[in-house]
Design a protein around this ligand. Sequence first.
Ligand SMILES: *Cc1c(COP(=O)(O)O)cnc(C)c1O
Length: 220
Amino acid sequence: MVDTVSSLGSIPYQHDAWGVDVTVAASQKGLMLPPGLSFNAVSAKAIAAGKEAKLPRSYWDWGAMIKANGDGSFPYTPATNLLYALDEALAMLEEEGMDNVFARHDRLAEATRRAAAGWGLELQCLEPKEYSSVLTAVRLPDGHDADRLRKLILDRFDLSLGTGLGKLAGTVFRIGHLGDLNDLTLATTLCGVEMGLGLAGVPHQTGGVNAALRYLAETA
Ligand SMILES: *Cc1c(COP(=O)(O)O)cnc(C)c1O
């Protein structure tokens, strides 16, 4: 079972070729839509297992959806406007070409990491092989609260950064760089972070935005 909520449409993923049984996805990340739709890709093996499962369920049951989908309909009132939006989002992705979409995510992610290095801040991910092209978690120096920084940046610049989850709460902030994003929107985000670091009194170097812009220019 694979959660592709942020990876679908952002980085390569192959449900069938990789032999995955259940893939869960949603509309609000790489597919560039508002939240409200979610998608399951389900293997024959998973469908068979679902039929045998004894746990009571209604909303979570695939049966009704599979049955209605067979003739192109929907067992409940569909989110029609989101389905029109999905149609357009898929057309946009196809027009750009998935290889180009993935390359765009890789490039904006690398620019973000260069910004973090320019600020002299550590990435949460220390293993380059594991870097994510959908988001980057940046650590604050000990004794500095990442949620305080996030709040200041939200209040001052209306820029919403991701919080640290679980045991990372307060120690990292996350920059999402996926979906409908380009050089300029990423640069704006990085400027907001750099200004926020200054206003919050977090020790850092000011070269982050410059390092990112240099990389974007070199790879334009
Ligand atoms: C954003 C995200 C979620 C949260 O999705 P919801 O629709 O809010 O449940 C779950 N998993 C991953 C990998 C995500 O990136």
